[in-house]
Each structure stands twice: as C-alpha cells, then as structure tokens.
Design a protein around this ligand. Sequence first.
Ligand SMILES: [Fe+2]
Ligand SMILES: [Fe+2]
Length: 288
Amino acid sequence: MSATIAAPADLTITPRDRKFGRETAAPRLWHGGRVEATAIYNALSTTFPAGEAFFVESVRKFREGTPPKLAEEIKGFTTQEAIHSREHDAFNKRASASGYDLSKLEAQVEKRLAITRDRPPIVSLAATMALEHFTAILAHQLLANPGHLKGAEKETADLWRWHAVEEIEHKGVAYDTWLHATKHWPRYKRWKVKAKVMLYVTRNFLVDRTAGALELMRQDGVTDLNAWAKLLWHLWVRPGMFRKIAGAWFSFFLPRFHPWNVDDRHLLAAYEAEAAGRPPGRTVRGAT
Ligand SMILES: [Fe+2]
Ligand SMILES: [Fe+2]
C-alpha cells in the first residue's frame, strides 16, 4: 500500500467501448449452473443501468470549477459509466429473456434513487462517492481472486471483469469531486457526513441485494432456509466476497482515506495483458 492521498499523476481513464453477449446466448444459470451465484450477480446487475446514470448525474452537478485534471477525469468517468449502463441493460434484458422477472428488483432501485434525489445534490454526490468505493473494492476482489467467477460462462465473466477494470480506473473521481465540493467544510463535518452516508448506503446495499438475490433464487425454486444457507455461504464463506472486502470497507472511515491509497493498477495491467491476446474493443479517447 502506498501513502498517496490523491489519484496517481499518470493515471488515465480510458473508456473501452465493448459489447458483450450479443452473439452467444449464455445459459440461464450462467454462473457455473449455480442458482445462488447467478442470483447474486443478476441482482447486482439490476442496479447498474439506473444506478450508474444516477452517479453520472450526481457528479456532473459539481464539475463546474473543478481543476482541469479532475474535469478531464470526470469526462472519462461519465463515458465509462454510460457504457456500463448500456451493457448491463443488455445483460438484464438477456436475464429477462431467459425467464427471470426483474421488475421487483428494478422498482426497489428506483425507490432508493428517488429518496436520494429528493435530498440536496451534495447528498447524491456523497452517496455516489460511498457507492463508488463499494464498487471499487468489489471490483478489486473480483479481479484479484479468480475464484469469484470460477465456472462462469466466458463472455459473461468477461463483462464483469471489464466492468471491474474500469471501476478501479475511475475509483477516485467521485471522491475527488466530493473533496472539491466540500473543500470549505470543517474536517469533522466532512468525515461525519461521509461516514453516515457510507453506513446508510451499506445497509441498503446489503438488505436490497440480499432480498433481490433471494427473489431470483425463489424464481429458480430455491427457497427458505436452503436459499439463505446457499446465499450466505457464497457471500461470506466461499468464495466469500463480503468477508474479503470487509477490511477495505473499514478503511473508508480512516482519517486520511483516499481510494488511491491502495494502488491496484497491477490488476488493470494483468487484464490488459490478457486482453492483448484477443481482439480489442474500441477505446474512446474523446470521452464526452
Ligand atoms: Fe460502472
Ligand atoms: Fe463507477
């Protein structure tokens, strides 16, 4: 771990305009035939089209007056998130086509977003900043430990890895925008708001994604104790995503926290090296 409190000076945010799953049909239980693993990722994917559009709108409201480097990074961030929304929308449509009813899950996402949109714009920025840390530590863990996507259908696994790479690449943008927007706040107030918002979004994330995954498992005929046991085992034991991100989640509350205190660009380099072996997607240099 390096001791930075800012994004690396040589970091560039490069949208990779790739499309997934348009030609091959993934099976309904695309994650190794496992009901709970498929349900967890499908439930998470239902949050992305509307959720990432909300992130973009929240950050954009504060881009006026940001330093040129951050303004440039905001452009890269918004382009990446717009493409993620598109690809997860396509992914969700494929899940629907394979028989899942996602309407309850999508309605819950809209309900949460509406509550936040009713508050002042700085609250939306704080929620985005906290959720972007959450996304970045999930992304780090997904790339660092191949066990999370073991057995998954190849192209669908590729979609999740591609998304994870870009989440790491832009993980500091919402945070730096928040620092800029609150630069005149007393330090304690800044910490208190960000800590409260992180606790709030984490609670909602855990409750909503668990309920969403259980609903999708129910649609596959797995219910009650059996469903809870499978779900909790997968999330907390093996491969244990939530257990493995717990330390990184706590780091958010430390006084000199910054997402780039952990420089995990080696995960991006490893992905790019692997990607060099296959036809590259279009990279969007002129991010808008
Ligand atoms: Fe994203
Ligand atoms: Fe993001």
